[in-house]
Design a protein around this ligand. Structure first.
Ligand code: ADP
Length: 198
């Protein structure tokens, strides 16, 4: 079963981390224009809240580039950028063709310019996200006024889901089944060297 999945994965994957090849293939298919949307984040790991936002973004924009942010010099993430890209593709098997997953480092607005994206999608949870998102949006607008930020809200069952909390709970052996896609659960169990409970 797991083997079969891997084969599908290989077909879809480009080279994460380059910030180039997967984007080029999307550009070649004609999807890169001013309305191209990027959904940036650390996705360490992807949660069901992220999945919800990606699905909504696809409904609004037709397709979306999910952009995994990483810092090559100082990345405190639990999963490597490549692992994060794989988990995102694995979580969205039905959206092949609509979702491109890529990695980037540096300023988001520079990345947006490179892939000719005109829209940044961000997700909003409870009020706690607002101030940070507001500051980020204003700074990005200052740096690149022609890139618009659009906020989407996930379903209410995801209002309190965050990668940070999910990692914390999983690290101490708590059950995070409700909050992450099954593939992420597997990764957690492998990473934490704990057999998966069924
Ligand atoms: P996290 O904040 O969980 O570590 P990211 O930094 O990867 O996740 O977040 C990327 C974007 O997704 C941000 O705009 C964040 O607000 C949004 N987001 C994350 N989790 C959720 C959720 N459960 N519902 C709605 N938006 C979310």
């Amino acid at each position: 079963m797991a083997k079969k999945k891997k084969a599908v994965r290989k077909k879809k994957r480009t080279s994460p981390g380059s910030g180039q090849s997967s984007v080029r293939s999307a550009a070649a298919s004609g999807s890169m224009d001013g309305r191209t949307a990027i959904y940036p984040g650390s996705f360490d790991p992807i949660t069901k809240g992220h999945v919800d936002i990606i699905r909504r973004a696809c409904q609004v924009f037709g397709n979306v580039t999910v952009a995994v942010a990483y810092n090559p010099n100082k990345d405190a993430a639990m999963f490597s950028p490549e692992e994060r890209v794989e988990m995102i593709y694995d979580a969205l098997p039905d959206l092949e063709g609509q979702v491109v997953v890529d990695c980037f480092t540096g300023l988001l607005v520079d990345y947006a310019r490179r892939i000719e994206a005109g829209v940044i999608v961000r997700g909003l949870r409870a009020v706690s996200d607002f101030e940070y998102e507001f500051q980020m949006t204003m700074m990005n607008r200052h740096l690149r006024p022609n890139v618009e930020t659009v906020f989407l809200m996930a379903g209410e069952q995801h209002f309190y889901t965050s990668s940070r909390l999910v990692k914390e709970v999983a690290t101490f052996g708590g059950d995070v089944t409700s909050f992450v896609p099954p593939e992420v659960l597997d990764r957690f169990h492998r990473r934490l060297e704990r057999p998966r409970e069924t």
